[in-house]
Design a protein around this ligand. Structure first.
Ligand SMILES: Cc1ncc(COP(=O)(O)O)c(C=O)c1O
Length: 295
């Protein structure tokens, strides 16, 4: 029988089935916390440092002072992955406001809770590359730039979950969300790109997106491969009439979209630009110079 994954909770390693936190933790009571996800492929934790930078930026934005340095955090994560012995894994790092009382005042929480989970995740079926994803355009909008903020990877995912429920209700694989102005924003846990006449477009940071780490690397990769990449406001009509559409994210990697709101994208098959980027990206994920080598 496979051994249970070990979960780090505030300095202790406990088996998954016993990994529990207090019901008075404000992460649980109020979604008051931040998180990150990192993928380990063949022993390489892709862009681990960048994820830790974003974790600390998210924490800073909501006034959580993470009780360890970034260097200690990286070392702890590496130790937890090694203790689990997984060469291919999904890491979830969570920092909550900590245990407080039933009121929401963060001053009542004396110390943030740190949790590091090392496990597996599977977002889409294995046939995603032969079939591509079908999507809807959700009625649920991403936050405005001056709202709680989409730029913080916080424990508030309710609008993304509501959008996913809409996709599930009609049997689509994923939902594409618009920003408060009606421009294309992102998927429920992925950034979006479109390809039109050989040029690659992606929404601006001000369009309700989480500035994705995969997004940033894919933009650089596309430029390295000679494509022109443009960040701009994308209208729903531009999305529906694109030659190719794809999503990017830590857990998903690069995934092709072949249908949006009933419209077939291109010829209904994953497109050549998406495929070329994917093939190169898969190599990058194993490249120690693109992350931290754990094994
Ligand atoms: C809302 C949202 N957008 C985009 C992304 C993609 O970001 P990244 O590439 O950093 O995983 C994620 C996943 O982390 C997400 O949760």
């Amino acid at each position: 029988m496979e051994r249970e994954p070990l979960v780090y909770i505030d300095g202790n390693l406990v088996p998954k089935s016993q990994a529990k936190i207090s019901v008075f933790d404000h992460g649980f009571l109020y979604g008051d916390g931040v998180f990150e996800s990192v993928i380990v492929t063949d022993g390489v934790a892709f862009k681990l440092k960048e994820h830790i930078d974003r974790l600390y930026d998210s924490a800073k934005a909501i006034c959580i002072d993470v009780p360890m340095s970034k260097e200690e955090m990286i070392k702890t994560i590496v130790d937890v992955v090694r203790a689990n012995g997984f060469k291919n894994a999904y890491i979830r790092i969570i920092v909550t406001r900590g245990v407080g009382d039933l009121g929401l005042d963060p001053r009542k929480c004396s110390k943030p809770t740190i949790v590091i989970i090392v496990d597996k995740i599977k977002l889409y079926d294995d046939d995603v590359w032969s079939k591509g994803l079908t999507t809807i355009i959700s009625s649920v909008r991403r936050d405005r730039v001056d709202a709680t903020t989409h730029e913080v990877k916080s424990m508030n995912y309710l609008n993304n979950i509501l959008a996913k429920i809409e996709a599930n209700a009609v049997g689509a694989d994923e939902a594409i969300m618009l920003d408060d102005r009606g421009f294309v924003s992102e998927g429920t846990a992925d950034n979006i790109f479109i390809v039109k006449n050989g040029v690659i477009y992606t929404p601006l940071r001000s369009s309700g997106i989480l500035p994705g780490i995969t997004r940033a690397r894919v933009m650089k990769l596309a430029e390295e491969l000679g494509y022109k990449v443009v960040e701009k406001d994308i209208t729903p009509a531009e999305l529906l009439t694109a030659d190719e559409v794809f999503l990017t994210g830590t857990a998903a990697g690069i995934v092709p979209v072949v249908k949006v709101a009933g419209r077939v994208i291109g010829d209904g098959k994953p497109g050549p630009v998406t495929r070329r980027l994917y093939e190169k990206f898969v190599e990058l994920m194993r490249d120690p110079s693109e992350g931290v080598k754990i094994f």
